[in-house]
Write a protein of this length. Structure first.
Length: 190
């Protein structure tokens, strides 16, 4: 991998960091175990996958807030409705895991969705402890209406990208997600 990364704001990244502490033996072994993508000299926000993914999410979420607000929703409320629509979860616990919310926050979010008439709760017949969530007709219509507006926003933002770039970006993000799921479940988080 080329280390000639650039920053949109500053051009080629110049790193003048001086490291007072040498790498530990454990760190050297860890670096030798894996392909080295990052080093202390090449780990800055504009070339950090985590930072860039978080910033893209933050910028996109902020830009979509008016879409949600115009429908009386918050971003997390729409995300929960979308997760139910795509069947990525059927309980509060499943939604909390998929959306990276704590269970208490998810309970409050589900309470608000139910109070607005967008979802229903029903005890699971197989496991009385579990409560299944489902979209109401009103909730499904709202989720679809907002999804179409979100799609329009993303299409406008990506208008200057060619189809191949978008497909490659999606494939790379999916690969990164799958790698992180696999490696973190294997306990690889040095």
């Amino acid at each position: 991998m080329s280390k000639a990364w650039t920053s949109a704001a500053a051009g080629p990244i110049q790193n003048s960091v001086t490291w007072a502490n040498p790498l530990t033996a454990e760190a050297i072994v860890a670096m030798a175990t894996f392909m080295v993508v990052y080093t202390p000299q090449y780990f800055e926000p504009d070339c950090s996958l985590g930072y860039l993914a978080r910033r893209v999410h933050q910028i996109g979420s902020l830009a979509l807030e008016p879409v949600y607000a115009s429908e009386g929703l918050t971003g997390p409320q729409w995300s929960a409705l979308a997760q139910l629509s795509f069947r990525r979860g059927a309980t509060s616990a499943e939604l909390a895991r998929d959306m990276a919310h704590d269970k208490g926050a998810m309970t409050r979010l589900v309470d608000s969705l139910e109070a607005n008439g967008w979802i229903t709760r029903e005890r699971c017949t197989e496991d009385r402890r579990a409560v299944k969530l489902a979209l109401t007709e009103q909730g499904a219509a709202l989720e679809l209406r907002v999804r179409l507006r979100v799609i329009n926003c993303w299409n406008a933002w990506l208008a200057d990208w060619d189809e191949g770039e978008v497909e490659r970006m999606i494939a790379m993000m999916q690969k990164l997600r799958d790698t992180l799921l696999t490696k973190t479940s294997e306990g690889v988080s040095r």
